[in-house]
Ligand binder design. Structure first.
Ligand code: NAD
Ligand code: WQD
Length: 334
C-alpha cells in the first residue's frame, strides 16, 4: 500500500483528497498546524470512508517534528497543500507569506531529501499567470510575475521544485495549477467554510444564501465580458482531487511536470449567482460594487495537456458544484 503524506490535509482541498486517497486504498498521514482548519474534519473523513488518516498537528517550520514524521512515515510521495492563501492578506503581510509558504516548503523539501522521498504533487495556482495576455491559458503561457505576494510564493515554489528535479535525476515534481475550486463532497460533510469573512466568491454566495451575510458584493459590472462581471473557470473540488490521484498514479518519469486543472469553461459572477439561486431554489441578494483591485476580467484554462498525459478531464458541471455546496451548507455539523 502506498504511503502518502498530505501537508495541509485538514483544509478544504486536502480533506477531499484524503477521502479519495483512503477510498482508493492509500495509507494517508496528515501534517497540518490547523491554522485555517479544524481537527473535527478527521471525524468527518472517518464517517465518509470508514477510515481515519494518521494525523500529526505541526508546522512546516518545525524541522524537528517534521523529521520525526518522515522517519516514522516512510512515505512514497508527498502531496503539498499547506500554505497561507489569502491574496489581500499577503499584500499586508508579505514576510509572513514568504516565510510560511516558501521557507515552510523548503523545510519540507529538505526533509524529503534527507528521507529519500522522491515524488511530490504541489498545489500551484492559475495565479502564477499574473495578468495574462490571452485566453485560454496553457501551461506554456508566460509566468513572469503574479499580482501579489501569495502568487509570487506559488511561482517561487514551482521554480524551486524545477531546480530540485534538475539536481536530482530521480526526483519527480508535479505542479498542478488550480483554477477556481468550488463545491463539496457529495456526503455534505466536508466543504469550504473558511474562517472569517470569505474572500472567494462561492463561499460568500453560500453564506449569503443561508443568511450569514446580507448580500453578495459583485466586484464590477463593467468588464469586457457578456454581462460585465468577471469570468472564471470554476472546477468541482472532487474533479480537482481526481487530478491529483491521476498525477500520483500516471506520472512515473522523474523531472518537472506542470498541468492546468480547470474545466476550460468560464462562468460570470452573475451566472454563478444564478446557478446558486437554482440550487437553493431562492433569490440570493447581491449589489454591484466597485472592481476589486488586482482582478482580471476573464480567466479560464486549456486542459488538453492533463487530458492527454493524465487521462484526466473534469466531468462535474456548475450545477453539481452548486448542489453539493447547498448540501454541505445545510448539513448540521456535530
Ligand atoms: P486551506 O487553507 O483550506 O488549507 C490549507 C491547510 O494548510 C490548512 O489546513 C492550514 O491549517 C494548513 N497550513 C497552512 N500553513 C501551514 C504550515 N506552515 N504548516 C502546517 N500546516 C499549514 O486551503 P485550500 O483551499 O485547501 O488550499 C490548499 C492549497 O491549494 C494551498 O496551497 C492553496 O494555495 C492552493 N490553492 C487553493 C485554491 C483555492 O481557491 N482554494 C486555488 C489555487 C491553489
Ligand atoms: C472570482 C470572481 C471576483 C468575491 C482567487 C485567487 C487565486 C486562487 C483562487 C489561490 C472574480 C468576483 C469575488 C466577491 C465578487 N486562489 N467576486 N465578489 O480572484 O479568481 O482567484 O482564488 O490560489 O489565486 O486570486 O477568485 O473567488 O476571489 O473571485 O464579485 O465577494 O468573483 O471579482 O471575478 P479569483 P474569487
Amino acid at each position: 500500500m502506498k504511503k502518502i503524506l498530505l501537508t495541509g490535509g485538514c483544509g478544504y482541498i486536502g480533506s477531499h483528497t484524503c477521502v479519495e486517497l483512503l477510498t482508493s486504498g492509500y495509507d494517508v498521514t496528515i501534517y497540518d498546524n490547523l491554522l485555517n482548519s479544524d481537527k473535527s474534519v478527521l471525524g468527518k473523513i472517518k464517517q465518509i470512508t470508514g477510515k481515519t488518516p494518521k494525523f500529526m498537528q505541526g508546522d512546516l517550520l518545525d524541522t524537528v517534528l517534521l523529521d520525526k514524521v518522515f522517519k516514522d512515515g516512510k512515505f512514497d510521495a508527498v502531496i503539498h497543500f499547506a500554505a497561507l492563501k489569502a491574496v489581500g492578506e499577503s499584500i499586508e503581510k508579505p514576510i509572513e507569506y514568504y516565510t510560511n509558504n516558501v521557507v515552510g516548503s523548503l523545510r519540507l523539501f529538505e526533509a524529503m531529501k534527507k528521507h529519500g522521498v522522491k515524488k511530490i504533487i504541489y498545489s500551484s495556482s492559475a495565479t502564477v499567470y499574473g495578468i495574462p495576455e490571452k485566453m485560454p491559458l496553457t501551461e506554456d503561457s508566460p509566468v513572469t510575475h503574479a499580482t501579489n505576494p501569495y502568487g509570487e510564493t506559488k511561482i517561487m515554489i514551482e521554480r524551486i521544485l524545477m531546480d530540485i528535479a534538475v539536481a536530482d535525476k530521480d526526483f519527480t515534481a508535479v505542479s498542478l495549477r488550480y483554477f477556481n475550486p468550488v463545491g463539496a463532497h457529495e456526503s455534505g460533510l466536508i466543504g469550504d467554510y473558511p474562517k472569517g469573512i470569505p474572500l472567494n466568491i462561492a463561499p460568500y454566495i453560500m453564506q449569503t444564501a443561508i443568511g450569514v451575510r446580507p448580500h453578495v458584493d459583485v466586484f464590477g459590472d463593467d468588464y469586457p465580458t457578456p454581462d460585465g462581471t468577471g469570468v472564471r473557470d470554476y472546477i468541482h473540488v472532487v474533479d480537482l482531487v481526481l487530478g491529483h490521484i491521476a498525477a500520483l498514479e500516471k506520472i512515473k518519469k522523474p523531472g518537472t511536470h506542470i498541468y492546468n486543472l480547470g474545466t476550460g469553461k468560464g462562468f460570470s459572477v452573475l451566472e454563478l449567482i444564478k446557478a446558486f439561486e437554482k440550487a437553493y431554489d431562492k433569490k440570493i441578494p447581491y449589489k454591484v460594487a466597485k472592481r476589486r483591485p488586482g482582478d482580471i476580467a476573464v480567466c479560464y484554462a486549456n486542459c488538453d495537456k492533463a487530458k492527454k498525459e493524465l487521462g484526466w478531464v473534469a466531468t462535474r458541471t456548475i450545477d453539481d458544484m452548486c448542489k453539493s455546496t447547498v448540501k454541505f451548507s445545510l448539513t448540521p455539523t456535530p
